[in-house]
Write a protein that binds this ligand. Structure first.
Ligand code: MG
Length: 383
């Protein structure tokens, strides 16, 4: 498969922070992907919450299966558009590496704890994981990934943090675009969670079918499925509907992006970066339908009383762990205490504690909490 001229190419890569010889039998971006798969942070995704805490059931998505679904959707789109599939996969598999335990609640709690120390952004933390926190290689800190993979990982960034990131932070200050692979993973992420959260939401019973019937994306496909297969069992009707929903938005995205790329006249990745707006985009109609679904999930699933109650307890766990480690650094594992002995300047302890907590899986955080605070730390579903 030949790459389009405006795709990311090894030859035009902005390179790695620590120069390395090119790999013998792989592309640069394959090597990035391989390093991500071998990282500890990647394995931890298995026990980190997407929406449902891990012990609620074995069938629910975790951050690991979510990341694999994002990679699948993103690679399909990349191949259809002649973009770099290896880079796309690397970005997709790494995009959530910086997530704290307990999903967005854990992140908000940690951000609050770090209010006086520069805050906590999970996107920036993903970058920190691959740039600094993974210690696996003899010749450099982190995974030493290419600029393009790092550019894709850093989806958002506050201007203050962007200023400290040099070349990588520039686009947030100059309001330019990342490469097309980064743009498409961003949307593939949303496609994956919008659809798998409908599935998980229905399976858990937190959502019921009747609530989804007025939602345009769902209704369009569901009605057609029932018309074509009137005797279909209910679970299969839902799977068939969701698979068609994914197909509908992916098809729209591919066709519309192809049109936009053709009309824009871009020739290479630097043109992509300079273009005033992202080129990977839905048609306005599908963008609106997708927003409608997202709104629905926010109001009915993420804000569901059972989810918020569990997440409220998760916030307590994160906050109390942070306070305990700030008060008594000797509670930290030896390698983190070692980091504290290095001259790091003000706020160093807070950042080191945050790195430790952010790296925890849900169950590890609960166990640490129970160990240090002597209280049962595990929020239980339905309690
Ligand atoms: Mg994600």
């Amino acid at each position: 498969m030949t790459l389009a001229p405006y795709a990311s190419h090894d030859a035009t890569s902005r390179g790695r922070r620590y120069p390395e010889a090119s790999p013998a039998n792989r592309s640069e971006y394959q090597r990035d992907r391989d390093r991500i798969i071998h990282s500890a942070a990647f394995r931890r995704l298995e026990y980190k919450t997407q929406v449902f805490i891990n012990h609620e059931g074995d069938l629910f998505r975790t951050r690991l299966t979510h990341s694999i679904e994002v990679a699948q959707i993103a690679r399909s789109i990349a191949r259809a558009l002649g973009l770099n599939e290896d880079l796309t996969e690397a970005i997709a598999l790494a995009h959530d590496l910086g997530h704290t335990p307990f999903g967005h609640s854990g992140q908000d709690a940690l951000n609050e704890c770090l209010r006086d120390y520069g805050g906590f952004e999970h996107n920036l933390q993903s970058l920190r994981v691959v740039d600094v926190l993974e210690e696996r290689y003899a010749e450099f800190p982190g995974l030493n990934l290419t600029f393009e993979t790092r550019e894709g990982i850093l989806k958002h960034c506050s201007p203050r943090n962007a200023r400290e990131l040099g070349e990588l932070g520039k686009r947030f200050l100059e309001k330019t675009q990342p490469g097309l692979e980064a743009q498409l993973v961003n949307i593939a992420d949303e496609i994956a969670y919008n659809n798998h959260d409908v599935d998980d939401g229905l399976r858990s019973g937190l959502l019921v079918l009747d609530q989804l019937k007025p939602i345009t994306l769902f209704a369009g496909q569901y009605d057609e499925v029932l018309q074509r297969y009137p005797d279909i069992p209910p679970r299969r009707a839902i799977y068939e509907t969701i698979r068609r929903m994914i197909n509908q938005v992916v098809t729209d995205l591919i066709e519309n992006s192809r049109r936009r790329i053709a009309q824009s006249g871009i020739q290479d990745i630097e043109d992509v970066r300079r273009h005033p707006e992202p080129l990977i985009a839905y048609t306005p109609e599908v963008a609106e339908k997708s927003r409608e679904l997202k709104r629905f999930l926010r109001q009915n699933l993420y804000a569901h009383e059972r989810v918020t109650r569990m997440m409220g307890e998760a916030v307590q766990i994160v906050r109390q762990l942070f306070e305990a480690f700030m008060k008594d650094a000797s509670l930290l594992p030896p390698q983190y205490q070692e980091k504290l002995r290095q001259p790091n300047g003000a706020g160093a302890q807070a950042r080191i504690v945050a790195d430790y907590i952010a790296g925890m899986t849900d169950r590890y955080a609960m166990r640490e909490h129970a160990r240090l605070l002597g209280r049962p730390g595990a929020p239980r579903p339905g309690e």
